[in-house]
Design a protein around this ligand. Structure first.
Ligand SMILES: *[C@@H]1O[C@H](CO)[C@@H](O)[C@H](O)[C@H]1NC(C)=O
Ligand SMILES: *[C@@H]1O[C@H](CO)[C@@H](O)[C@H](O)[C@H]1NC(C)=O
Ligand SMILES: *[C@@H]1O[C@H](CO)[C@@H](O)[C@H](O)[C@H]1NC(C)=O
Ligand SMILES: *[C@@H]1O[C@H](CO)[C@@H](O)[C@H](O)[C@H]1NC(C)=O
Ligand SMILES: *[C@@H]1O[C@H](CO)[C@@H](O)[C@H](O)[C@H]1NC(C)=O
Ligand SMILES: CC(=O)N[C@H]1CO[C@H](CO)[C@@H](O)[C@@H]1O
Length: 393
């Protein structure tokens, strides 16, 4: 593996510090190829020079644990797997990987697969088959989540997942393949799903999903991905624990490794959550909220907006007010009853700086197809990815 070593100058404090980062891991939600207008994002729209690893989301599994394409027409018949791994021809250092799982796959099949030695072998061998057939260079496990949701084997999922990761790494090492996993980040969730020290031994990178901390499913507004405790945070356990930095500290304490010995990365979201306020009179963080707010024109899902969609709204409608939570290091925007928590180049730079300070392996992005890849908003094409790369290198 290659490694970037950088010096980012003097971090506020007593001494200059050398910092490292080696990865920008980019998830690509391949369904974006079906979005209308300027929201359409196909493999040909990927800038292969702004990521070190790019992950195709998602493959699934069948009831035997066999890895299967979730969209055979797109993935196979239309050549999307092949086109995706061909991105390597444009950047020979790029590592194209395939993610299996995701929210839509649920937990049950994965719980069954991980509990059964034969199905685990089936899973690993079929993963290898796809990897070799289509020239992927690694695999990302997105089981959402062991011992949660519609799990079959409950708490046994924890050790079974460790076992799966161990067996998979042993097999992958024979072929020089990369193994990563996307994991829930905050202690309240992660402690139900993982033996962190066990999986940290076998994963090349741990992709911490440090987002969805607050969303429109709750009765109060809050940051999707606050880096630190914010201006409005009180002393409840919820407010004390649901931030990216507290989640990272938890994982480090439990055995996730830092550079240069080992590698893990934290994740920045390229989307925001939208809320509907109960009253214009209270539009702060922790204001009473009444469900999902605006949807984006391309992602078309109430309660969620891509950065590309939201920056265009901010640009075209002057009635939005942007505020910043100076402690949490994230912006939010208010317009009448509409309230949106999101990330922008400034908040992304803080996250990169934090990752460097903590000697994490780098930054993970969910997901590149909602970046402003066409420069609709004037921040430059691939605004957020560029901000990450500029801050890192
Ligand atoms: C699972 O494996 C069994 C035994 O090999 C086979 O009969 C069955 O068709 C498989 N199921 C799927 C969904 O492929
Ligand atoms: C894959 O690339 C080929 C050749 O450029 C192209 O004809 C095809 O449409 C691409 N497939 C997809 C799904 O974009
Ligand atoms: C977690 O894994 C470690 C390392 O494999 C092991 O020593 C420890 O006993 C496990 N913890 C639990 C609670 O199973
Ligand atoms: C919440 O929204 C619904 C309509 O979606 C409205 O009928 C209700 O009055 C609102 N509740 C509050 C407390 O604002
Ligand atoms: C907002 O505040 C104004 C002035 O205090 C008050 O008249 C109004 O009823 C309040 N609106 C709501 C929805 O609480
Ligand atoms: C390694 C391990 O803990 N295996 C367990 C996986 O789950 C099954 C079903 O609950 C258990 O029987 C195994 O002991």
């Amino acid at each position: 593996m290659w490694k970037f070593v950088l010096i980012v100058g003097i971090i506020a404090g007593l001494f200059p510090r050398v910092t490292y980062a080696e990865v920008v891991i980019c998830y690509y939600g391949t369904w974006a190829v079906n979005r209308p207008g300027l929201g359409k994002f196909g493999v040909e729209d990927v800038n292969p020079n702004l990521c070190t690893h790019i992950i195709y989301a998602f493959a699934g599994i069948d009831s035997n644990g066999t890895v299967i394409p979730l969209d055979i027409e797109l993935d196979i018949n239309m050549g999307n797997y092949r086109n995706f791994t061909n991105l390597k021809k444009k950047n020979t250092k790029l590592k194209p990987m395939l993610a299996v799982g995701g929210w839509g796959e649920g937990s049950a099949k994965y719980s069954e697969m991980a509990a059964d030695p034969a199905k685990r072998q089936n899973f690993i061998q079929s993963a290898l088959d796809i990897i070799f057939k289509y020239n992927f260079e690694g695999f990302d496990l997105d089981w959402e989540y062991p011992n949660r949701r519609d799990t079959v084997h409950g708490v046994d999922d924890i050790n079974n997942f460790s076992q799966l990761v161990k067996e998979m790494r042993e097999e992958f090492d024979k072929h020089g393949l990369i193994l990563t996993a996307a994991v829930s980040s905050v202690e309240a969730s992660a402690s139900q799903s993982y033996n962190i020290s066990a999986i940290s031994k076998y994963l090349h990178y741990v992709n911490l999903m440090t987002y969805d901390m607050y969303g429109p499913w709750e009765s109060l507004t809050g940051h999707n991905a606050g880096l630190h405790k914010g201006d409005f945070d009180g002393t409840t356990p919820r407010e004390q624990l649901f931030t990216a930095d507290v989640a990272v500290e938890y994982w480090l304490r439990e055995g996730m490794k830092q550079l240069p010995t080992r590698k893990d990365s934290t994740r920045g979201p390229f989307y925001g959550h939208s809320f509907k306020l109960q009253s214009e009179n209270n539009s702060d963080v922790r204001a009473p909220s009444n469900g999902s707010g605006i949807a984006g024109p391309y992602t078309a899902q109430a309660g969620l907006v891509g950065y590309n969609e939201f920056c265009a709204m901010l640009k075209s409608d002057p009635s939005w007010t942007i505020r910043r939570d100076h402690l949490a290091k994230v912006p939010y925007a208010v317009n009448g009853l509409n309230w949106v928590s999101y990330d922008d180049p400034e908040s992304i730079r803080y996250k990169v700086k934090y990752a460097l300070e903590k000697k994490l392996a780098g930054i993970m992005i969910w997901s590149i197809e909602t970046d402003d890849f066409y420069n609709v908003c004037g921040g430059g094409a691939y605004t957020l990815l560029k901000a990450i790369n500029d801050a890192l290198y």
